[in-house]
Write a protein that binds this ligand. Structure first.
Ligand code: FAD
Length: 291
């Protein structure tokens, strides 16, 4: 089912992001996580695509397996960086064959080794180019990324919003945000998007604090502010797994409660392939009943 139809037809949605693991052990953990989280009847799950397309084959095989074995929609992430149109066409033809109806489309980032954006003949400079290409001869529902605190390369928030609007003109049906830990950035983004007459759904991407060092590293890379109070808690409890779990559950539950109180109805959780914390958060919020 297409995400735009799911959003339109449901008052509230819950979805999860997973990444394709590199090892057999990681794969076992991923599929156990999916099994544990399926009790919440997710509306869809998304599978990331490694920087510079480095997980292309793994992303495709994980998407195929989850899609085959589960009732919910599976949304592959896809990036245009370093790819030409022929390569993207081969990937999307595969997704069409296995019944995928939605794609999350991004520009992507260079890998640590390359560090520069490659120039590819017949390639894609920005996410909007990939979105427009996907829309040319396919009927996918397309999601794209937005940045409540601005994209790290953006010089100013107005240009950032201008480019966000271009993604809608190119055919983006919905947005998922970059992680944020202070909801005021998200509310400000919604106000600015409204002013820019962006009227597709904007779904908050909620990062679970499963692993403090990893979350700090990721938030540093994408310039998502970690509030001072949260940072203090992360430092204080760095060596106590039980406390980390408690702090994480409390923090994310409060963050989501605040979003719910402001009328936010759709939640996309960055699980980092772990179920323990997100399960507790969803139970605390009664977002989805077990059955
Ligand atoms: P774009 O929209 O193309 O923007 C990139 C930069 O270019 C921004 O600074 C923008 O302001 C600027 N820009 C846009 N258009 C123009 C223009 N016409 N002229 C000049 N400047 C312009 N990456 C992965 O590799 N794999 C993933 O699976 C993945 N999943 C993600 C999931 C989410 C929810 C989000 C928010 C991001 C994800 N990313 C992923 C990261 C993403 O690839 C990076 O943030 C990347 O740096 C930008 O991607 P974009 O699609 O937002 O790019």
């Amino acid at each position: 089912m297409k995400i735009r139809d799911i959003i339109e037809s449901k008052g509230r949605t819950v979805s999860f992001e997973f990444f394709p693991p590199k090892t057999q052990r990681g794969e076992d953990v991923l599929f156990e996580t999916i099994k544990r989280l399926s009790v919440f009847k997710p509306d869809y799950v998304s599978i990331t695509y490694g920087a510079g397309g480095t997980t292309k084959d793994k992303t495709m095989s994980v998407v195929e397996r989850i899609n085959r074995d589960n009732p919910f929609s599976v949304v592959p992430h896809l990036t245009g960086i370093g790819c030409n149109k022929k390569e993207i066409t081969a990937i999307v033809e595969y997704y069409k064959r296995i019944g995928i109806e939605n794609i999350l489309a991004f520009r992507g980032d260079p890998t640590e080794e390359t560090s520069k954006l490659p120039k590819i003949k017949d390639g894609f400079n920005y996410a909007k180019d990939l979105i427009a290409f996907l829309n040319e001869s396919n009927s996918f529902c397309i999601g794209a990324g937005v940045y409540p605190e601005g994209h790290p390369d953006s010089l100013d928030l107005n240009m950032d919003m201008f480019y966000t609007k271009e993604k809608v003109s190119a055919g983006a049906d919905f947005f998922v945000t970059q992680m944020f830990f202070d909801n005021s950035f998200f509310y400000d983004f919604l106000r600015r998007a409204d002013k820019a007459e962006i009227n597709v759904p904007i779904i908050p991407g909620i990062m679970l604090l499963n692993n403090f060092p990893k979350v700090k590293q990721l938030s540093g890379m994408c310039k998502a502010t970690i509030p001072v109070e949260l940072d203090k808690l992360m430092v204080k409890y760095a060596d106590s797994p039980e406390s980390i779990q408690k702090v994480s559950i409390d923090y994310t539950t409060k963050q989501c409660e605040d979003l719910l109180s402001q009328g936010i109805k759709h939640f996309h959780f960055y699980t980092l392939n772990q179920w323990q914390i997100v399960s507790k958060v969803i139970e605390n919020l009664s977002l989805k009943a077990k059955s």
